[in-house]
Design a protein around this ligand. Structure first.
Ligand SMILES: [Zn+2]
Ligand SMILES: [Zn+2]
Length: 407
């Protein structure tokens, strides 16, 4: 009996060591494979991110403790953060990457300087990456910062290794930008402009205000790190955290908190479906300072041809998403056929009223533009439009009440 137990134990131990041995070999093989798969580190990028982050995180509280910062320095930090942040959102993103409006050369010049201050590569390079992101969103092979590869990769990892070596200087998707003299000037002199802005601004500020090292730490390093990581959140968190009221065909999310940190870019689900709209937050209560800046620019003659998505398209997409989501929810439960039918009827009625109202509105605007409206016709058409509008709003209320009761 004792012999049998010993034999069994020997067998178990052999198996155990064999498994451990196989597992260890497998892990070593996997590590080697991963090491082989991972492209080389871009030491310049890695050093910039590590050094700036370390100085900001360690240097700022240390300097605050021993020397303190005054309100002028804090004000300059807010100004520098806002200037560099808006240059990316209003300039790099909505002006150049998506062409959602046109800008006066003076504004373009200010925006390329702010972009160099934000240290996120040239307009041309940034836009090439961003257009590829929109075109191939969530495709791990073609989206340069695909959220499908995880938070770290989409946030910063994609810039730390030579993932894009094969297409690093491929600007074929930005041929239009290669005709923009200000874009090409910034691309050519990008490094001197980066040094001028990132070193020059804190030095000039300290010449007026004093405390050179305080300015370098707060307005140079801390401002840059804040700007980097809030922008990077759009590629990482805005594809992970939030709601999807417009489309579920990609991972982009709407997130009001991220919009607050990123000058309005947090309404990323809307942006990924209506990328040519100069707004990201379309409602008055949504925080989108980039939209406000572009709109303000149009009053000052600095921006023009602001592109907006027709309201009916936006409303229809939203209603369709809601319909699909409630349909899925109801189908998962028994005896819901009648409720699904009712829901679909109300949706159809909404789409019909919506299209009637917006068509009539468009017709009236066109007639006005062509001066084809007589006083009498105008009164009749306006009255018809009012009726269509109230029918549409009534149907919207019905739809809202019904969908709220199903939620
Ligand atoms: Zn975009
Ligand atoms: Zn995105």
């Amino acid at each position: 009996m004792k012999q049998i137990i010993n034999n069994c134990l020997d067998h178990i131990i052999d198996e155990y060591y064999c498994s451990v041995h196989v597992c260890t070999k497998f892990l070593i093989f996997k590590m080697k494979l991963n090491q082989k798969e991972k492209p080389p580190i871009i030491w310049l990028n890695a050093s910039v991110f590590v050094i700036t982050f370390a100085v900001a995180v360690i240097g700022t509280p240390t300097w605050a403790w021993y020397h303190g910062f005054d309100w002028a320095q804090i004000g300059m930090l807010v100004f520098g953060f806002t200037f560099s942040g808006l240059s990316i959102t209003a300039g790099y993103h909505r002006l150049w990457s998506h062409k959602t409006y046109e800008a006066h050369p003076v504004l373009k010049f200010i925006l390329v300087l702010g972009g160099a201050y934000a240290l996120q590569n040239s307009v041309l390079h940034w836009s090439a990456d961003h257009r590829a992101h929109h075109r191939h969103v969530d495709n791990n092979a073609l989206d340069p910062y695909s959220a499908g590869r995880g938070f770290w990769f989409s946030h910063i990892g994609w810039m730390l290794r030579e993932y894009q070596k094969h297409c690093h200087s491929d600007y074929n998707n930005c041929r239009d930008l290669q005709k923009d003299k200000i874009v090409m000037w910034q691309h050519k002199y990008y490094l001197p402009l980066v040094l001028l802005m990132n070193i020059g601004v804190p030095i000039v500020f300290s010449l007026v205000h004093g405390d050179l090292w305080g300015a370098i730490i707060l307005i140079g390093f801390a401002r840059l790190v804040l700007n980097h990581h809030t922008t990077f959140f759009i590629n990482s968190l805005a594809h992970i955290w939030g709601t999807r009221p417009y489309t579920k065909s990609n991972s982009a999310r709407d997130n009001g908190f991220l919009a607050f940190l990123t000058f309005g870019e947090g309404y990323h689900n809307f942006h990924h479906i209506f990328e040519n709209d100069y707004r990201n937050g379309i409602y008055w209560w949504q925080f989108d300072p980039t939209k406000w800046l572009i709109r303000l620019g149009s009053w000052l003659g600095l921006t023009k041809k602001l592109r907006v998505t027709p309201e009916n398209r936006i409303e229809k997409v939203r209603a369709t998403m809601l319909l699909k989501s409630i349909q899925t929810h109801l189908r998962a439960n028994p005896n819901t056929t009648h409720r699904i039918q009712l829901l679909e009827q109300e949706y159809q009625a909404l789409v019909t009223r919506m299209s009637d109202y917006y068509e009539a509105k468009k017709r009236l605007i066109n007639l006005k533009k062509q001066n084809l409206l007589k006083k009498y016709d105008r009164a009749i058409l306006l009255q018809q439009l009012q009726i269509l509008k109230s029918e549409f709003h009534q149907q919207k209320r019905n739809w809202h009440n019904l969908t709220a009761s199903y939620a």
